[in-house]
Structure formats: structure tokens, C-alpha cells
Design a protein around this ligand. Sequence first.
Ligand SMILES: [Zn+2]
Length: 441
Amino acid sequence: MLMTISQPRIITHSDKIRLTSTIRLEKEAECELRELWFEVEQEYAEYLCDERSDAFLVGMLQYAMRFGYDIKLAAPVTAELLYNLKNHLIPTLCEASSNKWHHPQIMTDITIEPLENASGVGTGMSCGVDSFHATLTHLTNEEGQPKLTHLFINSIGSFDANYGKIFKGAPTKEEIKEATFLRARRIARELDLPLVESDSNIYEVYDHRFFSKIHTFSTAFSVLALQKLWRTYLFAGTWGYADFSLHRHDRKDCAWYDLLTLNCVSTRHLRFYSEGSLKSRVDKTLYIAENSIAQQELHVCIKAIENCGICMKCRRTMLTLDAIGRLGDFSNSFPVDYYRENHNDYLRWLAKKIAKKDAFSMDIYATLLEKGMHLDALQPMIREFEQLETERRKPSKQEAKLLASKKEVRQLKRRINKMQKSASWRLTKPFRKVTKMLKGS
Ligand SMILES: [Zn+2]
């Protein structure tokens, strides 16, 4: 099966400017064409990269690996990027998926010519805790750290994936998207930084699937599409560096192995960093809670234009702000009165998560333990949910019997395998054959 990626083209689309490439998917006798595009405001047109296929190779890589395509590219690829992908990222992901993923052959010309860029330093502004942290920690160049020159907001599927199936009467994903862009503009204005607004259909090209499994690749696609602007890109990490994992990576959020991906999509001209991964979510929240813009504009909600206070992310953030003693500062952005009136419900929600050993909730609990806060109410609830968890996990009599039978079958299979590999089994093979023939005659 072959995926052919055409020479990228720059076209005007409505009042925007678009970098686009035709993806030709050949599968046996069938052939399908898909258009993958990335667009920005006209003022950023000069930074779009149509000379190289870098963005499209990274953007479509998981598609080829998941569905078994080799890749042919019409435009050359930066030599260093191709080296990183071919020698590091691709073999590692294949091996860690027990070779379920295809190892694509990549047919392309390479280029070693340096690509000039405007030395931009950017980070995504999605208005959540991670992006606020990445932004607020890079407003100056103290100790030689990269100082932000731009904020970046893109649409690579999060609005579709997170808001596509919400409840009746809720705002549409388009309304949420518009509100998020408006919020990002206000933040950029307050921080006196330009905001690069972009859009892409990469999630549609992936058939509206795999958002959480490809979002690092999709972001790298967007950044590489605009690689004549950037020298450094700070990617707000979700997990700590020490949590790096490739275990079952094909089924999990790709954020678990950002360190590998971001290193491999970096070249000497454009460096990606996983930002904030040395801090826990509580520590990041503590850092941003000081900032008046974050107090007004922090938006974590996965259900509504304003923080609803009820969804998983709102609850988690309000409990964190409460634990660090800063909830009162966020009364313009979160329903703080509602939280206080229903505090016991929030603690019960937290206790349930702690009983399930949810990582983010365990961090909040550690802070509450350190401060001796809410423990009289919280700890009996945790014990109650832990008891329920234990009972839930305890198998019934029938299940226990079935498990025992399965275990026995596995043990027998192992013994047969061992026996068939043994020397005596191989040596006695002719005798078994003769016995079989005699029995048959
Ligand atoms: Zn919410």
C-alpha cells in the first residue's frame, strides 16, 4: 500500500492563506485522494513552508504506520528530520507496539540546506493550566531561557474530539472554538504578544479518530507548516518526564512519549521542548495562580464556554485551587460560591478518584495531607470508596472458576510448547510418524 504526498501548495482560501497537499492513498486496486491543509491569517503567509514535505510527513506518519502504508513524497524532507524519524522514532514505535505497526519505507529526496526562520519562540495558548504555565514561565529570557515572541492557537481536533458529543442544550463545538479564540486574543493582548491563529483539517483526514493518540504529531505538523517563523516551540507537557512510557502506546495518549516524539521532530533550526514536565499539575496551578490574567481567563472546562464547575476538569482544578488556598482569586472564572455550597459533593468526587488511584487526584490529596486540610471529611469517604473498589474487583464464584480454568489452559499450553521444543521430542519424531502410519494401515 502506498501513500503519496504531493508537493505542498500555498493557496488563498477565503480571507486566509492555506498550505495544502494532496494525499493519495493506494490500497490494492483502490485509490483515494484526501486534501490535508493548514491555514493562517494572511500576515503569516511568508512563513509557510511549501518547499519541503516535513510537516506533511510528520502529520501523516501515524496514519501510515497504523494502516500499513509506505510513503512517497514529492517535495524533499530536511535530512536531519528524516534521519530522526527513520533511525529513532519509527523503529522504536514499531518495536514497542510488538510490531503491530507498519514500518513504512519513505521514498523522498533530502535537503541539507539550512532553512531561514524568523527566530520565533512560540507556545500554544489553549487557556488551560499547562499552556498558561508554559507561557508565564517564558515571558523573559532570564538565565538564557527562550523568551516567547508569539502565542499560537491551532485547531487540530480538540474542539471536535472534546466537544463533539456533548449534552443537549450545550454550546456547539464551533461556539466553544470561537470563545476559546476570543479568550486567547484577550490573553495575548494583555501579555503584549502577537497571537498566531491557525486552523487545520488533520483530524478529519484521520477520519475523526485517534485525537489523543496523535495530538503531539498534529501540533508538530502545524508548527512545521509554519517553520519559517519558528526557531523554538514549547509544547506544554501533560505528564512528568519520569512518567515517560511507550507501554501500549498505540492505544494510549501520545503525551506519554512526548520526550521521544519532540526530540525526533526537532532539527538544528527548529527545536521543540516538552515544557513544564518537571512540575506536577498542583505545582503548575500554584505558579499560575499568582497571575491576574490567569485568574480572569483560565479555562479548563470540557463542557461549556465558561467553566461549568461540574465537569471532571473543572472539579479537579477547583479542588486544586482550594488545596493551595487560591480559589477565592478565581471567583470571576469559576463558580466559587457553588463550590463552597456543595463542598461535600466535591470531596466525595475526589475521594472516589483517590480510591481509584487517579494520578491527578493523588497529587491533590498529597497537598491536602501536607496542609491537614479537609481530612476529617475526606478520609472516611476514601475508605468507603476503597471498600467498594475492593468488592468491585473481587471476582464472583463463577468468574473465579473461569479464571482458574484459563490459568490451567495457559499452563498446559506452556508445557506442550516446552515439550515440543525439547530434544527428546525432536529425536522421537520419526517413531511417532511410523506409529501413525501403522495405525492408519
Ligand atoms: Zn466544566
